[in-house]
Write a protein that binds this ligand. Sequence first.
Ligand code: NIG
Ligand code: FE
Length: 413
Amino acid sequence: MLLVNIKELVGIEEEGRLMKCGAEMSEIGRIKNAFLLTRGKKIVDYGPMDSPECKRYLSENRRIVDVSGSLVMPCFCDSHTHLVYANSRELEFVDKIRGLSYEEIAKRGGGILNSAKATAAATEDELYETAMERLNEIMHYGTGAVEIKSGYGLTTESELKLLRVIRRLKENSPLTIKSNFLGAHGIPMEYRGHQEDYVDLVINEMIPLVASEDLADFIDVFCDKGFFTCEDTERILMAGIKYGMRPKIHANEMAVSGGVQVGVKYGAISVDHLEQMGQAEIECLKGSETMPTILPGCAFFLNLPLSPAREMIKNGLPVAMASDFNPGTSPSGNMQLVLSMASIRYRLTPEEGLNATTLNTAYAMGVSDELGSITRGKIANLIITQPMTQLEYMPYYYGANKVAKVILNGKMM
Ligand code: NIG
Ligand code: FE
């Protein structure tokens, strides 16, 4: 397929970097009036319309798609979601408006435990159908790859059910999907006061079973005040690593939890949330292979303090931004909105925001060698936008769906 008359091709990465850190986050390749050639699933070539290559491609017999007026950019990668869930939670949303905090709702058995009850009652087919609809929705907003966590099960049976749903989604969806076992997402009521017994269950029963069916690429823990301690987290991560699962952590949402340090110590591919960050956390991330990942939708929905994104970039760190799509703290998987919030709320430039939601999130889900940028040889997961002026319009015109078409694995969807 030969895309021609692209108003602006953005998100080009010539050097094949797998992530961008600090000042590099401002670097993004852009070509006005461009072409892009795909073959099979892959990006083969791109460049200016008036180049000799383009003339040659035009003279050959191939499918030509004229996208006059539109930008072409890499699809978003969403490295943090919980999009397999059974019930929405709009009544808790109203409780929050009336003044209850997220922690108070969790303490009285709402929140994650509310979702766990509904998951137990749902069939695998029901969970699969509703999750597939959500995947379809986010695809139309431009997401081409997504990480999905379990964690609304909290029993061995329900956790396995959620992970099997994710496996079916992997097999049947055109999106690239990575699965994450988050058995340590909440503490079931019957384990309150002796949560180490639940941690034992996760380690001794759940992890071996999850591994025996090869259901998880990653292992996650909600390491935060009122949830799992650093000690719980270390034990669970060690067990997961033994079975080949790479850690990703929920940390520092409610408090400076020590979760960032634990994540870095165990080689986490990402540490996520980070609303509560001090200089010690920033220092600890320097020189690590761990991607700090901010979840703007969650901070927006819960009115949380904002992660110090600019401070992190100033300190040379990479920053990724994902949706956290889930029914309790971020009921939206719209990555265009995340891109807008990156600029509006966190003061990232449009270039930095694009790197944060494409290449750096691809890294945070272990796929940046084949996704997350316009690079020769990478998979052709591309957004063709509605007609617009330039990249800067994407975050600026917030709230609307500016995606006209999506190409996944080289196929127009
Ligand atoms: O990433 N913080 C923990 N987990 C989810 C929220 C889960 C829920 O409330 O349903 C999150 O925000
Ligand atoms: Fe989350």
